[in-house]
Design a protein around this ligand. Structure first.
Ligand code: PGA
Length: 241
């Protein structure tokens, strides 16, 4: 819930001015709903994609205050984040509801970015893999593994989001490898081809170490995306991996 009309204009112009970073580095910006149109216009021609931060699981109808996947597509979104930990913990989204949102997004032609990750308590209790598997399995059961051909996964340890504490490259890699192994039980091809991003206090200084890990394909950036140079520093780290 960051941004304003003037602030976003400056931020996105700053990002676009620093492009292109490298052909193989894809950038996606996910602003709050009211700013989607303006950001779509601001990135036009730059190859930066735009996505939303949430979506309704319903296609259309009497759901006052909700935003349908078709509407997001209509205003120029290509992606949508589903199951961010703040949606799960603060707004009570269950893994099944997240799976329905993922499905609604796919049906509208959007690429869902599925966030999974454990809380500190769950990690300390040794439940990281079980938690991530439960979050992933609800989606696999709902839409099938092949749906990941048009989706992205983001591993976001809740204890690292917005806290300044980052998972070490090895800690993150362990879970990324596990996610890929779980996916491979359903489809080796999907496990190998799906991008798995790391999110949780990624910044210019730690991005290279994280992105160098075998199963970390990119980042989902919160705080460090609010300044163009900080965001671009991460993109530049991705360019040299
Ligand atoms: P952060 O946020 O980079 O500020 O930790 C990540 C997120 O909100 O997903």
């Amino acid at each position: 819930m960051n941004g304003s009309t003037t602030g976003n204009a400056e931020l996105v112009a700053g990002i676009v001015a620093g492009l292109p970073v490298a052909d193989h580095v894809k950038l996606l910006i996910c602003p709050p709903f009211p700013y989607l149109n303006a950001v779509v216009d601001a990135v036009a021609g730059s190859h930066v994609a735009v996505g939303a931060q949430n979506v309704s699981e319903h296609v259309s109808g009497a759901y006052t205050g909700e935003v349908a996947a078709g509407m997001l597509r209509d205003v120029g979104c290509e992606y949508v984040i589903t199951g961010h930990s703040e949606r799960r913990t603060l707004f009570g989204e269950t893994s099944w509801q997240v799976a329905d949102k993922f499905k609604a997004a796919l049906h509208a032609g959007l690429k869902p970015v599925l966030c999974v990750g454990e809380t500190l308590e769950q990690r300390q209790a040794g439940n990281t893999e079980a938690v991530v598997d439960e979050q992933l399995s609800a989606v696999i059961e709902t839409v099938g593994i092949d749906a990941f051909g048009s989706a992205v996964v983001a591993y976001e340890p809740v204890w690292a989001i917005g806290t300044g504490v980052t998972a070490s490259p090895e800690q993150a890699q362990d879970v990324h490898r596990h996610i890929r192994a779980t996916m491979a039980e359903h489809s080796v091809e999907m496990a190998e081809s799906t991008q798995i991003l790391y999110g949780g206090s990624m910044k210019g200084e730690n991005a290279a170490g994280l992105l160098a890990m075998a199963d970390i394909d990119g980042g989902l950036i919160g705080g460090a995306s609010l300044k163009a140079n900080d965001f671009l520093a991460i993109a530049q780290a991705a360019a040299v991996v």
